[in-house]
Design a protein around this ligand. Structure first.
Ligand code: HEM
Ligand code: SF4
Ligand code: SF4
Length: 522
C-alpha cells in the first residue's frame, strides 16, 4: 500500500518539478515552509497585538477597527495572520503525510516523528485559541463546543459550559487570560519546533528565498482578494446561528454535535495514539549495521561528526593513547547507516596500497570491498566511451544503465562516495568519465548526501575533489526511482561530451576544467 502511495507521491512531486525545478519544489521544503509560515504568523500577530484590547466589548470592537478602519495595514495583517495559520495546518499535515509515505518515521527518526505528532496538537491549540480572541459568533460557537467537549472528561467539579450560559458569564479578565495564552502557547510551540529539529544536523528551517517570497506574495494576494472578516458580536443569550467555519482548524467541531463529545475524544485520541505507535508498528524487521569507528585510521579531525545528518557522532576525548585530542563515538540509536561519514573521512583513500580501512565505515559496505568492486567493474569495460556510474540505493537504480561501455555501482547514499574514488577511477585509462547519481535534489533520503557531494565536488567542503580531476568528465544527475529518462539523458550528455575530449581521462596538464558550482544542475 505504502509503495503504491509512494509512486503516486513521486508522480505528483514531478508535476511540481516542471514549474519549480527540483531545488525549489515546495514538496521538498514542507518543514521549512511551516517554519516560515510560523514567523509570518508571529510578525502579523505582533502588529495585531499592538491594537488589540482585552475586554468583552473591546476585544470585538478593536478587531473590527483593525479590519475596517485600517484595512490596508491592520486588515491585511489580520488576513495574513489567518491565512498563514491555515497554511501551517496544510504544510504540516502534508509534511506528516509525506514522511509517512516515504517511510521516514522509524528507527533513528522516531524522535522527529513523535515530536511532530505533539506539534500537531500544539498547532491546533494555538489556532483554536486565536479564534476565541475575536469574540464573535464563531468564537462563541467554539467556546461552547470546547467547554462541552472537555466536560465529557471527568476533570472538573463544575461543568465548564456553565461559564458560557449567559452574557454576564464572560468578563474582561477572561480576555486577559485568553491573550496571555495566545502568547504562551505559540512560545511552547516554538520550543517544540526547536526540539523537533534539534537532533538533525543542519536542519532546513528556512525555505529557499524565492520560495519564501512566493509564499508571502501568495498570502498577501489572498489577504487582499478575500480579507478575513468577523461574524456578528458574540451573544451568549442567542444561538450562534449560521457561521462560516475555518475547516482547517475547526473541522472537528460539527462532529461534537453530529456524533458526541465522547466520540470526538475517541477519534482525536485514537488518531494520536495510532500516529505515536507508527514508528514501532511499521518498522522494518532488519536494521542495517551502523557505522563503526576504526581508531587506528582516525586523527580526530571531526569531519565525520560535522557531516553526519542525524548528529549520530559526538567527538569525545581520545582514549587510545594516540597523539590526537579527540575521537568520534557513534550513537547506534541515531545512526542512519547512510555512510556519509565515510565519504567525509580523510582516510577514505583508495590509492593506499596497504589494506584499505577508513576511520569510519559501515560494516556492510566496507571501502575495501568498494575498491575491489570498482576494479572489477573497470576491468569489464569495453568500447570507445567508457563510463563508471556511482548511484544511490534510495534513488534511480543505476545498475539499469549498465552495458559494455557503462559500469554501475550503488551505495547506501551518494554522500558515502569519497571524492578520492572519483580521482581513483579517472586515473585509470580503462575509463573516460564518471557519473554521480542520487535522489532528486531536495529529496535526499538522508537529508545531506546530495548537498555535501555537490560541495565536495565544487571543492568547497572537505574532502575536496582534487584539482587534477577534470570536471568535464564528471556528470551529476539527481534522479528519483522513477526518473530513468533523466538518468539516461544525463549519461548520454556525459558520453557525448567525453567523445569530444582526448582519450585518457586524467591528463596532468589538463587545465580546461569548467567551473563546477554547488548550484550546477545536471
Ligand atoms: C509545526 C510543525 C512542524 C514543523 C515546523 C516541522 C519542521 C521540520 C523541519 C524543519 C525538519 C527538518 C527538515 C530537513 O532539514 O530535512 C523536519 C523533519 C522531520 N519532521 Fe517535521 N515539522 C513539523 C511537524 C511534523 C509532523 C506533524 C511530523 C510527523 C508526525 C513531522 C515529522 C518529521 C520527521 C520524521 C522529520 C525527519 C525527516 C528526515 O529525517 O528526513 N514533522 N520537520
Ligand atoms: S552512517 Fe550516516 S548517520 Fe551513521 S554515523 Fe555515519 S553519517 Fe551519521
Ligand atoms: S572523519 Fe575520519 S579521521 Fe576524522 S574524526 Fe571522523 S573517523 Fe576520524
Amino acid at each position: 500500500m505504502r509503495k503504491y502511495l509512494q509512486n503516486l507521491l513521486l508522480r505528483l512531486e514531478n508535476v511540481f518539478n516542471a514549474p519549480f525545478g527540483q531545488a525549489l519544489n515546495p514538496w521538498y521544503h514542507l518543514g521549512a515552509i511551516t517554519f516560515f509560515l510560523f514567523w509570518t504568523v508571529v510578525v502579523s500577530g505582533v502588529y495585531l497585538y499592538a491594537f488589540y484590547r482585552t475586554g468583552v466589548e473591546e476585544a470585538y470592537q478593536s478587531v473590527e477597527r483593525l479590519t475596517h478602519d485600517q484595512w490596508y495595514a491592520g486588515g491585511v495583517m489580520r488576513s495574513l495572520h489567518r491565512y498563514a495559520s491555515d497554511g501551517i495546518v496544510v504544510t504540516m499535515l502534508l509534511h506528516l503525510l509525506r514522511n509517512f509515505i516515504t517511510g521516514r518515521f522509524h528507527s533513528f527518526r522516531w524522535f522527529s516523528w513523535v515530536s511532530g505528532v505533539l506539534l500537531v496538537w500544539l498547532v491546533y491549540i494555538c489556532g483554536i485559541n486565536g479564534y476565541w480572541m475575536v469574540w464573535d459568533r464563531l468564537a462563541q460557537f467554539i467556546a461552547v463546543g470546547t467547554a462541552e467537549w472537555f466536560d465529557w472528561l471527568p476533570l472538573f467539579s463544575q461543568p465548564l459550559a456553565r461559564n458560557f450560559l449567559g452574557q454576564g458569564d464572560v468578563n474582561d479578565r477572561f480576555f486577559t487570560l485568553l491573550s496571555f495564552a495566545h502568547i504562551t502557547i505559540p512560545l511552547v510551540l516554538l520550543l517544540f519546533m526547536w526540539i523537533h529539529t534539534k537532533r538533525m544536523n543542519n536542519a532546513e528551517t528556512n525555505p529557499p528565498l524565492r520560495l519564501a517570497v512566493g509564499t508571502l506574495l501568495a498570502l498577501l494576494a489572498l489577504s487582499l482578494i478575500k480579507p478575513a472578516l468577523s461574524h456578528a458580536h458574540a451573544d451568549l443569550a442567542l444561538a450562534p446561528g449560521v457561521i462560516r467555519l475555518d475547516w482547517f482548524y475547526l473541522a472537528p467541531y460539527p462532529l461534537l454535535y453530529i456524533w458526541s463529545p465522547g466520540a470526538v475524544w475517541a477519534l482525536a485520541g485514537g488518531i494520536t495514539l495510532l500516529l505515536l505507535a507508527v514508528p514501532w508498528f511499521l518498522k522494518p524487521r532488519m536494521r542495517p549495521a551502523v557505522a563503526e569507528v576504526h581508531l587506528d585510521n582516525c586523527n580526530g579531525c571531526s569531519r565525520c561528526a560535522e557531516d553526519c545528518p542525524y548528529s549520530a557522532i559526538v567527538m569525545r576525548p581520545r582514549q587510545d593513547g594516540r597523539p590526537y585530542a579527540l575521537q568520534p563515538v557513534v550513537d547506534p540509536n541515531l545512526c542512519a547507516s547512510c555512510g556519509i561519514c565515510t565519504g567525509a573521512c580523510p582516510y577514505s583513500m583508495p590509492f593506499r596500497s596497504n589494506e584499505l580501512v577508513s576511520g569510519i565505515e559501515l560494516p556492510d559496505h566496507a571501502l575495501a570491498t568498494l575498491r575491489v568492486d570498482v576494479d572489477h567493474a573497470l576491468a569489464g569495460l569495453r568500447g570507445d566511451v567508457r563510463v563508471m556510474v556511482f548511484g544511490c540505493d534510495c534513488a534511480y537504480d543505476v545498475r539499469a544503465l549498465q552495458s559494455e561501455e557503462v559500469a554501475a555501482l550503488s551505495l547506501p547514499c551518494i554522500g558515502m562516495l569519497p571524492p578520492a574514488f572519483i580521482d581513483y577511477v579517472l586515473r585509470d585509462t580503462r575509463v573516460n568519465g564518471v557519473m554521480i547519481a542520487g535522489c532528486r535534489e531536495g529529496d535526499c533520503q538522508y537529508r545531506l548526501g546530495i548537498r555535501w557531494t555537490k560541495l565536495r565536488l565544487a571543492r568547497q567542503r572537505v574532502p575536496h575533489l582534487r584539482r587534477r580531476v577534470p570536471l568535464q568528465r564528471i556528470e551529476c544527475c539527481w534522479a528519483g526511482i522513477q526518473d530513468g529518462e533523466r538518468a539516461r539523458a544525463a549519461l548520454s550528455a556525459l558520453r557525448a561530451r567525453i567523445a569530444q575530449l582526448p582519450q585518457a581521462a586524467i591528463l596532468e596538464d589538463d587545465t580546461r576544467e569548467h567551473e563546477f558550482k554547488p548550484g550546477d544542475k545536471n
